[in-house]
Design a protein around this ligand. Structure first.
Ligand code: NI
Ligand code: MN
Length: 229
């Protein structure tokens, strides 16, 4: 069964596998690069990496309309339940894993902050390691590079999705260092070109990945889909 990975601009991704629609960090209505609005999205599951507005903004609307199960670090999951009446939440924490109908979700470390938009404490930021149909897909989410990415790579990674925007996360050069720790077959960039402070040249990034790692760089435009076979 193939897995379809669609970039919805910024750090928002849709993963379609069999009958399951898994949304990651939906930020659509206020994103200048999103190809769609939150009302156009259907999700069975929503994964949330941390509490910043550009990751949580559209979660309540989508979750409450679709009845999605929302998976986030404990404090952020609790915030969705208490402040936004999201009915089906699962709070987890770094290093923990969870089996869901589409596969296994493990929350990984991220080096980043996580305050929620109303000032509530959002715990710490995380990333997600997904095992779906014998494929290992790693979303670093908002983070700097860290050498313990090598631990995540002990289970061979098929596809890694890394931020490249710089300023708030690692930039292009560190994303190549991260690619070497992770050693994925394919690497896709995220969290860039949404606003001027995180603009990046993906042609340059592609050349850097090819010159500095063995991974295949894949650049999507917002709305485009990459099939993982
Ligand atoms: Ni952030
Ligand atoms: Mn962010």
């Amino acid at each position: 069964m193939s897995i379809e990975l669609t970039w919805l601009g910024h750090a928002s991704w849709m993963i379609k596998t069999g009958p399951h629609r898994v949304l990651l960090d939906p930020f659509l209505n206020d994103s200048p690069t999103s190809p769609m609005k939150s009302a156009d999205v259907e999700a069975d599951f929503i994964l949330v990496s941390h509490g910043h507005f550009d990751h949580v903004a559209d979660v309540p609307e989508i979750a409450n309309r679709c009845g999605s199960k929302v998976i986030a670090i404990y404090e952020v999951a609790q915030w969705f339940a208490q402040e936004h009446s999201v009915e089906d939440t699962v709070g987890m924490n770094i290093g923990g894993s969870l089996n869901l109908p589409f596969g296994q979700v493990k929350m990984t470390q991220a080096i980043h902050s996580s305050q929620l938009p109303d000032g509530s404490y959002g715990g710490v930021a995380g990333g997600f390691s997904l095992k779906i149909d014998n494929k290992h897909i790693y979303f670093a989410c908002d983070t700097s590079v860290f050498s313990d990415m090598a631990l995540i790579a002990e289970d061979e990674i098929d596809v890694a999705i890394l931020p490249i925007g710089d300023l708030f996360t690692m930039g292009p050069k560190d994303s190549v260092r991260a690619t070497n720790y992770l050693n994925p077959k394919q690497v896709l960039p995220s969290h860039y070109n949404t606003w001027p402070p995180i603009e990046q040249d993906t042609d340059k990034w592609t050349d850097m990945v090819k010159a500095g790692s063995t991974a295949q760089p894949i650049v999507l435009q917002p709305g485009e889909t990459h099939k993982i076979d």
